[in-house]
Design a protein around this ligand. Sequence first.
Ligand SMILES: [Zn+2]
Length: 443
Amino acid sequence: MTVVTRLTAPLLLPCDPGCSVLRDGVLDIDGDGRIAWCGPAVDAPDAPGASVRRLDGLLLPGLVNAHCHTPMTVLRGMGGDLPLMRWLREVMWPAEARLAAPDVRAGMLLGCVELLRAGVTTSVEMYFYTDAVAEAVLAAGSRVVLTPGIIDAPGWDRLGTWRQMLDEVSARIDSDGLRYGPGERVELGYGPHAAYTLPAEALPAVADAAAERGALVHLHLAETADEDAAQRARYGSVPRMLHELGVLGRADRLLAAHAVHLDAEDIALLARHGVAVAHCPGSNAKLAAGTAPVGALRSASVPLALGTDGPASSDDLDLWSTARLAGRLARLASGDAADLTAADLLLLATRHGAAAIGRPDLGSLEPGRWADVVHVSTDDPAFLDLDDDAGLLSNLVWAGGGRLVRDVWVAGSQVLAAGEPTQVDRASVQSSARAVATRLRHP
Ligand SMILES: [Zn+2]
């Protein structure tokens, strides 16, 4: 495949397993939007006819936000000081009942712009009005793993029964394909909300439908101590419930968001069945839900990713700040200042996050993967010594981050230029979302 675009930069972080720092780097992108070559300029092959962009600063792969409800940007700030169950039942669910599809589209579009501006190219979304969410992603040019919510809880029957929600996702995958859109920007999956918002028979039914189609199953798991008291009384814990119902053996790609309240047996079950965890420390802290046992999950080799959770609970969509919090909390929990290094955190946000959601075609600048690329400026007080690899990674993760993102490409197309989206007008995206937010607050 011919190289159509060549990006060069003084620093290149491919997010390979060793988290290398390459100097005087070259990244070649082919006509399909995949990476053709990545490495130091001295080894670069000829790329006749390629358009060459010479950038300052550094290049790295787009970040993966593994758990989000991005359209909730329009609900941001509502009910901000309530614990999870009251927040959901008293504020969020009634407000969401007033959202129509165009409102969800406006909220998602705003969130896509926010994500891209932080260098997050992929988000795993659980929401409703699937067409509206997918349309917004395609309009902004970002990437999504879209797992429509399947839920049986007060008020949600307006969208049908859980069985109808499940069948609708299966019908979509069967007609549109598991992945579609330019550069396969949209992947469909299943979003059974949680064990406490679904009858027990729903979870194996979802797992079967997903396994048949190679799709991701994405659910909330053990987020707060009291949410699934009934399930715990009957089965011992939600992981044990999933095991007893046969869900763990059935779903090939299972992603559990939060996973805060787990004991050693639960962690062993997740590890044995390859269940991945989307760690959401920002949301868990803000809702006073607890702190996930990241050290034990890592020791058990549970695949880990990072998630912001929805912008109504976390409240920003900046995965860099989530990464920093993950590092700080892990160190406080273990008393070990070497826990979760800058390189570990960067890989969690990129390569390992992509692997955890079952997408080895994302999260690293390696030939064959999608060219989802972020350009970060190093012209900033956060970066003084660019010559030391460890120092550079440390400055990027602990002191730099999303505010220094300048340009973003998804599947080889530039979707952010000098901090502004190229496919949509930020001012009009903001004003549409603001109109929705105002209406929700003043019905
Ligand atoms: Zn969530």
